[in-house]
Write a protein that binds this ligand. Sequence first.
Ligand code: NAD
Length: 328
Amino acid sequence: MYMQRSIKTISSYLKPIVASRFLSLDAKRAKEHQSIGFIGLGNMGGPMAKNLMKNGHNVIVNDIVDTVVQDLQKEGANVAHTPAELASKVSVIITMLPSSPHVSEVYLGPNGIIQAVQEGSLLIDSSTISPSVARDVASEAIKKNATYLDAPVSGGVIASQNGKLSFLVGGNEEGFQRAKPILECMGQNIFHCGETGNGQAAKICNNMLLAISMIGVSEALNLGQNLGLDPTLLSDVINKSSGRCWSSEIYNPCPGVVENVPSSKGYHGGFSSALMKKDLSLAQEAATITKSFTPLGSLAHQIYLMLCSREFESLDFSSIYKFIRKDK
Ligand code: NAD
């Protein structure tokens, strides 16, 4: 009796371990055997495509800028000259483009993916775009019996290089399960946010909050310095107190407080003010449609519009601190 119970206990303990062992073998096989198309090899897309190759995938790339294509070619990627050509060669495609018009062009344009997409293809768009554009592209994909997922990312260029992105995925469960082992080559947190467009919805809420917190940290550090406080000391205080956030701790906007972040490198690299302005305009568009009260999001949008009309457009979005300190 005791023996029987022990065997039962041991087998129920082993079951999930054995199952997860098989699951990880399946995931590994999926990783090894796929050819994946990648379009948009910029700050984020380039390192993501390289991480797919490091995980054993064959990658076919496309971008309108020759130098970034050549960079991937040197690493062993094949090249397609148009999105349509790429879609005719592979059944899994990832796109990482600047904004909604670029995504519409690459998917729905004359040489776009949808024109040549193979039946049963999986299309994953990791760009940050409007949820409504994501839904429009998804409905065109369905007409061709292909699955489209919106899968914008959180985490900047360093997370992209280190394969530590978070993916916020919208789309059906089957597509999500198919995409998961592929996304795990590039990220460590893969969230299923619900139906198509919900990944984009989660992303623009997060980035609206990020812009607000970055402006807040910059104001506090400026005020502190004007009161005679050392910014590193003040950041230490904030990071052990209730004002602590990602913008104060990990991505501090004051040069020299945190090593290796854009503020310590002349605000170069990272996430541009132009892209933050775009995300804030997506948030305002969504707030208008849903009649949501977002006064701080609206002000943050105005602040980044102003930054982009000056010399800050291509600098990292933490350069709001530089703008605030400008007269000092
Ligand atoms: P990027 O401008 O560096 O890269 C975009 C790439 O797309 C470029 O190489 C460009 O040549 C290519 N491209 C544009 N139009 C194309 C077309 N028609 N066909 C083929 N290629 C085309 O932008 P990024 O910083 O890599 O950002 C990409 C997306 O990721 C954006 O939506 C951004 O909001 C989002 N994002 C960026 C960061 C970041 O820290 N940079 C973080 C999270 C999310």
